[in-house]
Design a binder for this molecule. Sequence first.
Ligand code: GLN
Length: 457
Amino acid sequence: AHLDRIGDVDGAVHAFLYLNGDDALATARDVDARRAAGEPLHVLAGVPIAVKDIVVTKGMPTTAGSKILEGWVPPYDATITTRLRAAGLPILGKTNMDEFAMGSSTEHSAYGNTHNPWDLDRIPGGSGGGSAAAVASYEAPLAIGTDTGGSIRQPGAVTGTVGVKPTYGSVSRYGLIALASSLDQAGPVTRTVLDAALLHELIGGHDPRDSTSIDEPLPALSAAARRGASGDLTGVRVGVITELGGEGYSDGVRARFEESLDLLRGAGAEIVEVSCPHFEYALGAYYLILPAEASSNLAKFDGMRFGLRVTPDGSDGLAVTAERVMSATRGAGFGDEVKRRIILGTYALSAGYYDAYYGSAQKVRTLIQRDFAAAFEKADVLVSPTAPTTAFKLGEKLDDPLAMYLNDVATIPANLAGVPGMSVPNGLSDDGLPVGLQILAPAKADDRLYRVGAALE
Ligand code: GLN
């Protein structure tokens, strides 16, 4: 049914870069046979899933939305992929994304735009717009995204889906094509909070192949979602972050946010104000740390090891060296946004500038972590709008990088601090488009997101 739905709507939505239909059907049939034989199966066995094209999948092309990886078929599976396959989830295909997950609209994909199913002239968010659009358009009931600065939560907000960025270190990064290793975290994109909890429990937990993986069991996430579904939040302290949600947020987003505070009060939660004074520097720090790490992570795309190779024809009479192959390959294979960030990152890391830029950004990161620690003394969870506006029109912000970066102003602090965050659908704005509510919890307390998120559903 999902493959049929993809056939019907994906021409207009363009959520998928690659379809894995035959293999998905074979998995589904295999699960049916095992179920008929009475074999005990995972609760999500047979439930189809779409996977962001930054997660490596053995035997399926993986491009990370870039021309430089066109035609690359990974010889191995990411830990996430291994766990999906082992539990019997048919993988429908790979979803569109901004190139190397740099962006907030999926317009930086080298393979064309994804359209928001709510209004095809609008962006589905980014970088994981393909995963969010696939779920919102009923092409897939579940999807995997990655969130380095908001790429699960912001697409969730603008497509009316649930998106979770887990605690840093709680879902293995083995086999994710790295954007910024200290910020990257994969997580679920779903239509309900309980679905997200079940998927998070499947993909999360310790993995010896990721040196930053937390060697502890996950908290009980689906139990928390089930508890929250009762709608009772008596005794839960919810902190409203003074610095997020004021100027720069649209009226519709603010109105829905105020209503969600009423809903939380109605459920018995206590609303408190918390101040996180260093959040105003989060965007600036992020756009130094991310490009610095990305410039280093992307150095491996050199025209020698993966995908595209462009060899100068030698007609200029100069020797064709490895360095010139690298330069020609990177020049042709990377898009403008990727080049912009490599230049920003290498500049920020260069001798003489390192302390002023990268060093300062790391100090800001510590101050943001302290803001969170102080806020979580007063509140069990924090809330804010997920994104400042509803989905904007395709093309509207494409030529203005700063306007694009500002979409992540509310989601970035969680990545800098490593704390978990969820975006839950929070009704429609007066323009008829979905709005998201962001819920944040202390590291390793992801269960609180699920309890509060489910209570609001
Ligand atoms: N929009 C942010 C960026 O462009 C988020 C990226 C992400 O989370 N992958 O960096």
